[in-house]
Each structure stands twice: as structure tokens, then as C-alpha cells.
Design a protein around this ligand. Structure first.
Ligand SMILES: [Zn+2]
Length: 311
């Protein structure tokens, strides 16, 4: 039986809602039909704690920094880190995120930029993590910046087997990657394109001037990107609302549905079959219980059949 009448004591006129059989295979299949949602979480207390925290938030994916994102200090894993990481990776898809300091757009100006990038790629390799999100970096001279970014990425791809997810930017300052044209200019200079994917940060996109509250603006952006890069190149979403207006070029992530983008966009995105095979990571500010709240909000947006299967 696929549909059953449920009677709500408070509201007897409630419509029938689809019932989901208690069948794990069914649930597994159903899960493939929607974006898998999670958070960027800290690893400062070890990967076992990250896993515990991720499970308590009902994450289906998780993103991590490999090291202190605001320091150039190098890091080395202990054996127990690697085994704990494997436990985490067995449970859910994990994405690494390059720390803030390496600026790929200036690898020719300061060798620390490339060394820092390579160090984090090695940290991924040593863990057995093959997915790394990278910001394209900043440079006033965009032409030189784009050439430098591609050189850095090519350097890594020649030596390491890692998938890189290039993240769009808000266009703040001289940051590169605020639109499809800049993303494409980098992409075209990359040799091993099979390891390159795009990570779309919804807050950055909005702040860069794409008013994605209007469904058509979103669709035009996505269609244009796929036309330039080919289908299957969108590899990840950063699901963030924005505290600032579209076109502000000011990067301020905010809680889902509480910012300038608003809830309707996220409802549309999480239920969009086009991206059902992908993951979406929230990088919303860590404030009190807001991770729980943001997850609750996100799950409430799923169509009734999906949300019941996850209950
Ligand atoms: Zn992001």
C-alpha cells in the first residue's frame, strides 16, 4: 500500500499523505532522489568527534578544513587520525576545503601560496580523501590571476590524483570566479579537466549580483555554466543564505531562509531532481543551536514523501 489516510486530531480535513513502507531498500532508493545535505564541521577534536557531531545533526555529507585555516603552519597526521578518518568516510561523503591563506591567483608572487596548496593536497592524499574544494583566490590583474590559478591547479593535477571543486566567489575585492566567464577562463586553461568540478556557493552567487530569488536567473546561470563546461561539471553546492544584498559583493553567509535569498530558493533547489545525485554543504555561522535549526529548516523543505522517508 503506497498511500494511506492519516487522521490529524486537530485537522480532520487533512489530505492523505503518501506512506513510505518500512523498507530500507526503498529508503535507500528514495535517498538517491534528493540532494544529500550536511555541514562544514570542525575536526579540532578528532575525526571520531566530527562523525559523532555530524550524526547528531543528521548530516549525510560533511566538509572539513584539513588544518588551521588561518595559519601557514604545517601539519602531519597520526596513525589514529587516519583510521578515525576512514570511519568517518565510511559513513558519509567527505569534502576537504582548502584553508584561507593560499592564494592560487598569486602563486608566481609568493611561493608560500603553491607550497601551502600542495601541503593541503598531501594532507588529503595521506587521509585517503580525494575531494578538495578550492577558492580561486584574488588578484587585481585578473588575466595574470587566472593564468596563475590554472598553473597551480595543473601543477597539482600532474602529481596528485585528486578531484578539485572550484568555488565561485562573491566578487569581493579582487576575488576571481564571480561569474561563469571567469570560471570558464580558469577551466579552459586546465589540462586534466576530468578531475575538475564546480562548487556553487549560493550566497557568493547572490552577492556577486545573480539574483537567484528569481528562478529564471538561477536557471539561466546553470544552463550557461553547463553549456560552457559541459554537463556533469557541477559537483557540489555550498548552501548558504546571504546577509547582504544581491550585488553587494560582500561575503556574509547567513542562516537558511533568514537572509536576503530567502526560503523559496532553497525549497526549489533541494527538491530539484537535476541535482539529486549531489551533496550540499551548509557553511552557515556557528551560533548556538543554529546548525540544528538550519538542518531542521532544510529538511522541512523536502517534499512530503522525502521528508517522511527520513523521519
Ligand atoms: Zn563556500
Amino acid at each position: 500500500m503506497w498511500v494511506r489516510e492519516t487522521v490529524d486530531r486537530k485537522n480532520r480535513r487533512q489530505k492523505p499523505v503518501p506512506a513510505v513502507p518500512d523498507c530500507s531498500l526503498f529508503t535507500v532508493l528514495l535517498r538517491r532522489l534528493i540532494l544529500k545535505i550536511g555541514f562544514h564541521l570542525s575536526i579540532s577534536n578528532g575525526f571520531d568527534q566530527t562523525l559523532k557531531h555530524a550524526k547528531s545533526l543528521r548530516c549525510e555529507t560533511v566538509q572539513i578544513f584539513l588544518k588551521n585555516p588561518r595559519s601557514w603552519e604545517k601539519k602531519k597526521w597520526k596513525d589514529e587520525d587516519i583510521s578515525a578518518f576512514q570511519r568517518l568516510q565510511r559513513e558519509m561523503a567527505v569534502f576537504g576545503h582548502l584553508s584561507y591563506l593560499p592564494n592560487l591567483a598569486k602563486i608566481d608572487e609568493n611561493e608560500r601560496n603553491l607550497h601551502g596548496f600542495v601541503h593541503e593536497v598531501k594532507l588529503c592524499r595521506d587521509l585517503g580523501l580525494d575531494r578538495l574544494v578550492v577558492h580561486l583566490g584574488s588578484r587585481a590583474d585578473k588575466t595574470k590571476g587566472i593564468t596563475a590559478i590554472a598553473r597551480g591547479i595543473n601543477y597539482v593535477l600532474e602529481r596528485y590524483d585528486i578531484k578539485q571543486f572550484l568555488e565561485n566567489s562573491s566578487g569581493q575585492g579582487a576575488s576571481i570566479g564571480k561569474d561563469n566567464e571567469e570560471i570558464t577562463m580558469v577551466y579552459e586553461k586546465i589540462d586534466r579537466k576530468e578531475n575538475i568540478f564546480i562548487c556553487i556557493d549560493t550566497a557568493h552567487l547572490f552577492e556577486a549580483g545573480h539574483n537567484i530569488k528569481i528562478k529564471k536567473v538561477w536557471n539561466v546561470f546553470i544552463d550557461d555554466l553547463e553549456e560552457r563546461l559541459g554537463k556533469g561539471k557541477i559537483g557540489l553546492f555550498h548552501l548558504n543564505d546571504s546577509r547582504t544584498l544581491s550585488g553587494s559583493h560582500v561575503d556574509r553567509h547567513w542562516h537558511i531562509g533568514k537572509g536576503e535569498i530567502g526560503i523559496n530558493f532553497f525549497r526549489f533547489l533541494v527538491n530539484n531532481k537535476r541535482f539529486a545525485h549531489l551533496e550540499g554543504v551548509m557553511e552557515t555561522p556557528k551560533m548556538g543551536n543554529m546548525d540544528k535549526e538550519n538542518m531542521r529548516t532544510m529538511r522541512s523543505l523536502l517534499s512530503p514523501l522525502m521528508s517522511r522517508s527520513l523521519a
